[in-house]
Each structure stands twice: as structure tokens, then as C-alpha cells.
Design a protein around this ligand. Structure first.
Ligand code: AMP
Ligand code: GLY
Length: 426
């Protein structure tokens, strides 16, 4: 039996906790900080994902064998290296890359250069800093529209601007580089070609040499139906992705996944963990939009229910560098997640609204995201509140099930998109 500490407290971590807890190899499961739903699978500990000293103490006090960082923040801050460099922690399996490896997500400029070195298909780009600001403005003025600008560092999903005019691009460029709108994250800016296609998310778990392919997913990022309005963390997801057929996935493996894993290995970048390939299919060909050094949210809420392998066994094989001995097992069923959010999200929204209706639901997995317990009530505690996931023989059935149950959950201001998976109804 292995004791596990899972870092994070969103829907992704609820799905991971649910999956880890099913393993006969799972001993104590702790979640830091967790949410009102993760208590169904383990014990919450009120510690922040970036408080490494407190995380160390938990690991020692509870004899932790495996650390699973959910979000990118601790990985980009170097939690892997922190564990490996501390004799009291170095035996613990950390399911995530070294600080260098996490740069695939932590720096857009790093990831673009990495892709260039290994011939991995991605949008053509240039990189600029305050010193080369004028060159950047020149570059923008002769670019084709739309123009994609990306703050180099982590910007909580807000660092990408798709400008429809030269003026808008110049304005965003100035805000990032000169006005420091994203702090130091914007001290370098990547300007890249706009790719017109359809997006999907592909995930692997790698031991640095071998990997297993997890189920792919598609998320719905915009707040409004028909993919309109502001960008969000993700309003829903489906898996499998109908347009990602066998041939397409094989192209992804040959042109993107294999060169990424072998590129990391050749460059001596230690990477044992999840890689999230944010891809776009353009005229049948896959391109990388971004790498993430973690799983996706809400993608994990459809990926974990379709993964038939024992996740703890996968993490142990990863720790030993033996993922070549493992065959990935994906359920034939279709999964759909509908995300219930707070009224007003992704702009200003309330927290602390009392939630009800949980006991009326039937046949879906309710993965809590932004929830907490207050005065014996479950209350909202974030923008994305609850992921309602269903698994069925068809995508339409899975969606119908999720929507039936989503309608039973009540709180002031509840909102969800009614058109998740709309383009793929079967
Ligand atoms: P990111 O934060 O890198 O995930 O970017 C946010 C969103 O911007 C992506 O999910 C895409 O929808 C879009 N995007 C980013 N880069 C490009 C690009 N080169 N071409 C088209 N859309 C893009
Ligand atoms: N759903 C996109 C992400 O997790 O980044």
C-alpha cells in the first residue's frame, strides 16, 4: 500500500483523488488543500500547493510514498528538485517534471525553442523583449491578421491575446512588455502565426524514456454558447474526441509525442510525469499550441473515468522507469463533463452561495471544484464550482445524463453551457 499526497483543490484533483482511491494499492490519501468533495476519497489538509516547507512536513509525518502535484504552480516553482535534493524526501515518487522540464509550460519562449530544435510542428513565431520593442512593433505591422501574442511566463491562462487588428496587437504588446500587465511573465513576448483549426488535448504519462498515452479530450473554453465570450478555465469536456481517429493520433505520436519525449531525454531534462499537449488540427495535420506540465481541467474529469489502468500502478511504474511494461487501457465508453460555474464568472463572482440538490442526482460523477464546507453547508468557493461527468455508450447519452443531473444542483447564480459536445452529437 502506498501513501499518497495530492496537491490542488479543483475539479481535476477531485477526479484524480477519485481515481487514486479506487486502486487497491492506495493507502492513505491526503489532498492539500482539497475541496468539499475530495473528503469522499481522502483527508484534506489546509496547506497551499506552493508551501514546500509545509508539504515536506506532511510527507514526513504521514510517510508519503507518492506526491501528485495537480496544478502547474508547484512544478514550475521546482517542487521536483526540492524533493530530489532533500535526503528526507528523495525516495518519494514525484509525478511531475523537474523545474527545467516544467519550463515547457512555464516559458512559452522555452517551449517554442524546444519545438524548433526537435522539428515539432507549431506556429511560426518571433520572440521580443523591452530591448527589441521597436522591432516587435515593426513585426506586428507587417504581420497577417489575426496576430497571436503570448506573455512568456505563467499568467493564469490570461496571457494570450488573439488580436484582430494591428492596433489591438500593438496595444496588447505594449501592455505586456512596457506596462507589465502580467508582471515579469510578460517581460518576454512571443508573437506567433494564427492557426485556424480545431483544438484537442492529448495527454501522456512518461518516465522520461517510455510513456503511456491517456485518453484524449476536447474542452470548451469560452463562457458563452457557440464558443462565444470570454475565455474561462474550461466549461466542459468530452472524451474521446470524434475527429481524433486512429490515423490522426498516429500522426500526433510520430510528429509530436515521440520527438518531445526523446528530445527531453537527449537534452538531459528530467521529466517523469504528465505532459499535456494542447494541439490544433489544421487541414488534417496536428500542431502544438502549447505544452502543459500537468493534466488539464476539466479534461481530467473525462480522462480519468475512461482510463481503465490502475493509476497508482502507473505512477509506481513511472517511478521505476518501467512504463514500457504497461499497456494503456481506454474504455470504449464516451465521457462528457458539464462545468457548473458561479454567476458572473470569469469576471467578478460571489463565493459562499449555499449549494443543494446533490442527493437528487443519479448516475453521474460529481467532481467538486470550487466548493467548501461552511456551517455544515456545502458552499461555492470559486469560479468553476462543480464538474458533472457521465459515462455512457454514446456521447449523446453521456451529455443527456450530465445535463439531467446538472439541472438538479441549485445555488444562487448557477450557470452552465447547454451546448457542450454540440458539434458531435451521435
Ligand atoms: P494558451 O493559453 O496557450 O492555451 O492559449 C489560449 C488559447 O488561445 C488556446 O487554447 C487557443 O484557442 C488560442 N491560441 C493560442 N495560440 C494560438 C495560435 N497560434 N493560433 C490560434 N489560436 C491560438
Ligand atoms: N483546460 C485547459 C487547461 O487545463 O489548461
Amino acid at each position: 500500500m502506498k501513501n499518497i499526497l495530492l496537491l490542488g483543490g479543483g475539479g481535476r484533483e477531485s477526479a484524480l483523488a477519485w481515481k487514486l482511491k479506487q486502486s487497491p494499492l492506495c493507502g492513505t490519501l491526503l489532498i492539500a488543500p482539497g475541496n468539499a468533495g475530495t473528503v469522499d476519497y481522502g483527508t484534506n489538509i489546509p496547506v497551499s500547493v506552493s508551501d514546500f516547507a509545509a508539504i515536506k512536513k506532511i510527507c514526513i509525518d504521514h510517510n508519503i510514498d507518492i506526491l501528485v502535484p495537480g496544478p502547474e504552480e508547484p512544478l514550475v516553482l521546482g517542487i521536483y528538485d526540492f524533493f530530489k535534493n532533500d535526503p528526507a524526501l528523495s525516495q518519494i515518487i514525484v509525478a511531475g517534471p523537474s523545474k527545467d522540464g516544467a519550463q515547457l509550460e512555464g516559458s512559452k519562449a522555452f517551449s517554442k525553442k524546444f519545438m524548433a530544435r526537435h522539428g515539432i510542428p507549431t506556429a511560426a513565431y518571433r520572440e521580443f523583449t523591452a530591448e527589441t520593442y521597436n522591432d516587435g512593433v515593426e513585426w506586428i505591422r507587417q504581420s497577417e491578421l489575426p496576430i497571436v501574442l503570448k506573455a512568456d511566463g505563467l499568467a493564469a491562462g490570461k496571457g494570450v491575446v488573439i488580436a484582430q487588428s494591428i492596433d489591438e496587437a500593438e496595444q496588447a504588446f505594449k501592455e505586456m512588455l512596457i506596462d507589465s500587465r502580467f508582471g515579469t511573465a510578460g517581460s518576454k513576448v512571443v508573437i506567433e502565426q494564427f492557426l485556424d483549426g480545431i483544438e484537442l488535448s492529448v495527454f501522456i504519462l512518461t518516465d522520461g524514456e517510455h510513456y503511456v498515452l491517456l485518453p484524449e479530450a476536447k474542452d470548451y473554453k469560452r463562457i458563452g454558447e457557440g464558443d462565444t465570450g470570454l475565455n474561462t478555465g474550461g466549461m466542459g469536456a468530452i472524451s474521446p474526441v470524434p475527429f481524433a481517429d486512429k490515423d490522426f493520433i498516429q500522426k500526433v505520436i510520430n510528429t509530436i509525442i515521440d520527438p518531445t519525449v526523446s528530445g527531453l531525454q537527449k537534452e538531459g531534462i528530467v521529466y517523469k510525469g504528465f505532459i499535456f499537449f494542447g494541439l490544433i488540427k489544421v487541414k488534417g495535420e496536428p500542431y502544438v499550441i502549447e505544452y502543459n506540465c500537468r493534466l488539464g481541467d476539466p479534461e481530467t474529469e473525462v480522462v480519468m473515468p475512461r482510463l481503465e489502468n490502475d493509476l497508482v500502478a502507473l505512477l509506481l511504474a513511472m517511478g521505476k522507469g518501467e512504463l514500457n511494461n504497461v499497456t494503456a487501457l481506454h474504455s470504449q465508453k464516451k465521457a462528457a463533463t458539464v462545468m457548473l460555474v458561479a454567476g458572473g464568472y470569469p469576471s467578478d463572482y460571489h463565493k459562499g452561495e449555499v449549494m443543494s440538490g446533490f442527493e437528487k442526482t443519479d448516475g453521474s460523477l460529481l467532481f467538486h471544484a470550487g466548493t467548501a464546507v461552511k456551517n455544515d453547508n456545502i458552499v461555492t468557493n470559486g469560479g468553476r464550482v462543480l464538474a458533472v461527468t457521465s459515462l455512457a455508450d454514446s456521447l449523446s447519452q453521456a451529455l443527456e445524463q450530465s445535463y439531467t443531473n446538472a439541472a438538479l444542483i441549485e445555488y444562487e447564480g448557477v450557470y452552465y453551457r447547454k451546448d457542450i459536445g454540440w458539434e458531435f452529437h451521435d
